[in-house]
Design a protein. Structure first.
Length: 316
């Protein structure tokens, strides 16, 4: 148990913070829905509870993925975070379906909701809190990708660099981006209903929010399915190839693999060298290259193999 709590300390911080904030927001929206009967609030409540559950699972998964390799699992637990994310999207998928279904029902049979002051106050608080979490997630994206930013530019930079962020951080950013947008859509729907009497606006908002949630489900599922199978990091692959070829003793590269293991990278390279090198010289080259590769961001496992120079270019 002590080892479990020690691992939790290394879990993804934005996902843990997002889980706490979204749980609080979810209960706020639940209270507002019970008082007002507002269907847009129902959609937002489902979204918040879904995000909270998702982000809690992701936090635990990201922590356990850092567990050291064992004899039974010699490749480590890096892909566990991908498997947890795949499980988490099932929850969001169910809640997305319920949100769309409720929206369609309200669109066909609009009811009367009251307490606009309560509704707008809760939604306003929720949007501000979601923006705070989104800002923190964007800052974490920049930290993980080695970028810098401040103020409102953090949001734009976080979005443009999102592809290179860790799976857990990416999930938090996407979910809170949709949650913030959904909160604003819900506020607009409530105001339209109040000023025009068009009750269907809240049903439309619920459907739109549910579809946005489905979009996150699809994106997260595809990305983590690739991660669970084992996806190549092509950008890092080219970068490491450049480092290896810069060594004067390396004649060519036969093969190089840079596979994502959750938040980590597993690197295997097969290089061509002069066949007259001694074992001691080859060992020195191996140690030198391994140190350089280990120094790259995210690399936790390196295997360097040798082959004799075949006098033709294999790496292009």
């Amino acid at each position: 148990m002590g080892d479990f709590f020690r691992l939790l300390k290394g879990g993804n911080k934005p996902s843990f913070m997002a889980a706490i904030v979204n749980t609080f927001i979810g209960f706020l929206k639940l209270g507002a829905f019970l008082l007002t009967g507002n269907v847009a609030m129902f959609a937002e409540m489902m979204h918040s509870f879904g995000d909270a559950a998702n982000q809690l699972f992701v936090f635990i998964g990201s922590a356990l993925s850092k567990k050291a390799p064992t004899d039974r699992f010699p490749n480590g637990f890096g892909r566990l975070v991908n498997l947890v994310c795949l499980g988490a999207v099932i929850i969001v998928g169910i809640l997305s379906y319920e949100t769309v279904k409720e929206g369609i029902h309200y669109l066909l049979h609009p009811g009367e909701s009251t307490g606009i002051a309560i509704t707008l106050t809760v939604l306003g608080i929720a949007v501000l809190l979601e923006l705070f979490v989104l800002y923190k997630a964007a800052k974490e994206v920049l930290h993980e990708t080695g970028k810098e930013g401040s103020g409102l530019s953090v949001f734009g930079l976080g979005f443009t660099n999102l592809k290179r962020a860790k799976p857990a951080t990416k999930l938090v950013f996407m979910e809170d981006l949709v949650a913030t947008s959904g909160g604003i859509i819900a506020i607009i729907a409530v105001l339209i209903t109040y000023f025009t009497g068009l009750g269907q606006a809240e049903g439309i908002a619920s459907i739109v929010i549910g579809l946005m949630m489905f979009y996150v489900v699809g994106r997260v599922f595809l990305e983590n399915a690739r991660g669970a199978i084992g996806e190549t990091d092509e950008e890092m692959r080219q970068h490491i190839a450049g480092i290896i070829l810069a060594d004067s003793h390396v004649k060519d590269i036969q093969r190089i693999e840079v596979v994502k293991e959750g938040e980590h990278l597993h690197v295997e390279v097969e290089i061509e060298v002069d066949p007259t090198l001694t074992i001691a010289e080859a060992d020195s080259i191996k140690d030198r290259l391994a140190l350089l590769i280990y120094a790259q961001k995210g690399v936790t496992d390196v295997i360097v193999e040798f082959d004799e120079d075949n006098l033709k270019a294999d790496w292009v």
